[in-house]
Design a protein around this ligand. Structure first.
Ligand code: SF4
Ligand code: SF4
Length: 473
């Protein structure tokens, strides 16, 4: 089967129950944002910008668990910010699993290996030594970390352990060069790959989560799927980038980029996703075949943003994960109060101008699952897709040139330094601008929490550098 039977059955039961009860609107996936703090500052991220004044706030554990009970979605996607920074992430995952939810931890990957080392410490016994030796041999764990694992774990706190009900959902927006450019930090792709390898070795389920921007090449998306398929990743979420107001403003102010150079229009989305159905056959793409047809421009769907509600420090965010017209204290209050007919694109006409270019999965994927805009044969398509054979790992994908950035000395900082060292830049004094500060400490990712600027989100040096280069060329 393409997806685990227990998970598919759980979601199907939830839909059937609400269809029989004739519930007009109900939640399928809860996007839970316990905090908005992040160790990265990705270019297209609306979160860290929209909530820049409340980055230090976080939801209590009780509030998080209560939100899941309140909307009763079978799936909970813990996002943020970076959820692995949330101090009670282990208790949260554990509590959600105890509630019987399917849990996705949407992470940038930088702290995953630390969490998995905690898991290893919690189960340590001499029987674990062969596994530990292999992890050390593959450089996924250092000797020093192995020693710490051997000491065991006795703080009484839960750990994030492998479970068929839980996925690591790792943010990867391309191969090394592109991904590191989008997350505005070198070495992140490499760390993601190492974390994914370690997770698969330990028996976790792993998915990747990709946002496609204007600059993303279709061929590269395909190669990325091929590469991660060779690592036996269990599934992929892929969605077009949405032009967040906050991200657009940041782009103009900080990077001096025009939003239209970065975000996709509807027409561009359809071009980029023209092959999504073919990818759906080759790789385990999450998302209904109906949503895939929509992305490929073969049909229209009506937005059902209420089915993937977002809960964060300010309340239930309306109308959707992307746009904010208000926050509500209760999910039901949000459902009852918001005028849902004001949003989405119907018959090619945007009901709200902000929806015009939106085709993102959190607005339209549930429409495919819930039978909105039903066409004859849709149910059969969904059944066939979910219950069809799981695509086999694409072994040839191991040959993809995934490390095409900083690993081979072609990272952005290397390019920046080269530009600065060019005779023309030297004449303009750019070298002095660079040498004023210490070298960036972007390369120590084996201890992500302590390494360099990771955790600070400080891109000042890089921004200054880029601004200087722009001026000098
Ligand atoms: S990893 Fe990037 S996209 Fe995700 S919350 Fe952090 S800055 Fe935003
Ligand atoms: S169309 Fe997109 S932006 Fe508009 S309400 Fe739906 S999900 Fe939100």
């Amino acid at each position: 089967m393409r997806f685990p039977l227990a998970l598919t059955a759980k979601i199907a039961r939830h839909i059937i129950k609400h269809k029989m009860l004739r519930t007009p609107r109900f939640a399928m996936v809860l996007q839970l944002e316990p905090l908005h703090t992040c160790n990265l500052t990705c270019t297209g991220c609306g979160r860290i910008r929209e909530y820049s004044t409340s980055l230090k706030d976080m939801m209590s554990l009780e509030d998080c668990l209560g939100s899941a009970t309140e909307c009763d979605a079978p799936m909970v996607s813990i996002c943020g910010g970076e959820p692995l920074i949330y101090p009670k992430i282990e208790e949260l995952v554990d509590g959600l699993l105890q509630q019987g939810r399917i849990v996705y931890i949407c992470t940038n990957g930088m702290f995953m290996r630390k969490k998995m080392r905690d898991y290893l410490a919690s189960i340590y016994s001499p029987n674990l030594e062969p596994k530990l030796a292999k992890l050390v041999e593959d450089k996924l764990v250092t000797e020093k970390e192995a020693e710490t694992i051997r000491k065991g774990k006795s703080d009484g706190r839960p750990v994030i352990h492998p479970s068929k009900w839980q996925y690591w959902n790792v943010h990867v927006d391309g191969l090394e060069y592109t991904h590191d450019l989008i997350v505005e930090r070198e070495g992140v792709f490499k760390e993601c790959v190492e974390a994914i390898k370690m997770a698969k070795f330990l028996g976790y389920q792993v998915a990747t989560n990709t946002t496609v921007y204007k600059e993303t090449e279709v061929k590269e998306i395909e190669q990325m799927f091929e590469y991660f398929s060779s690592l036996e990743v269990d599934g992929h979420t892929i969605s077009p980038g949405y032009e967040y107001d906050a991200a657009k403003k940041d782009m103009v102010k900080r990077l001096n980029k025009q939003p239209e150079d970065f975000f996709l229009t509807r027409k561009m989305t359809r071009e980029k996703f023209a092959k999504i159905q073919e990818w759906g056959q080759r790789f385990t793409i999450f998302g209904t075949p109906v949503y895939q047809e929509f992305l490929a421009g073969k049909r229209d769907l009506t937005c059902t943003a209420w089915a993937i509600p977002t809960r964060n420090v300010k309340g239930w965010k309306a109308p959707c994960y992307l746009m904010t017209d208000g926050h509500y204290p209760k999910y039901q209050e949000m459902l009852d109060t918001v005028d849902w007919t004001k949003y989405g694109v119907v018959g090619g006409v945007a009901r709200d101008p902000r929806c015009e270019n939106c085709m993102v999965h959190c607005g339209y994927d549930p429409s495919g699952a819930l039978g909105t805009n039903y066409q004859r044969g849709d149910n059969w398509k969904n059944i066939k897709y979910n219950f069809g054979a799981k695509p086999q790992p694409y072994r040839e994908g191991a040959k993809v040139n995934a490390f095409n950035g900083m690993t081979i000395g072609k990272g952005h900082l290397a390019e920046a330094k080269a530009a600065i060292n060019s005779p023309r830049a030297a004449m303009n004094g750019a070298q002095a601008a660079f040498s004023r500060k210490a070298e960036p400490q972007d390369h120590d990712h084996s201890h992500a929490e302590g390494g360099g600027g990771c955790g600070s989100g400080d891109t000042t040096q890089r921004d200054e550098l880029l601004a200087k280069i722009k001026k000098d060329t």
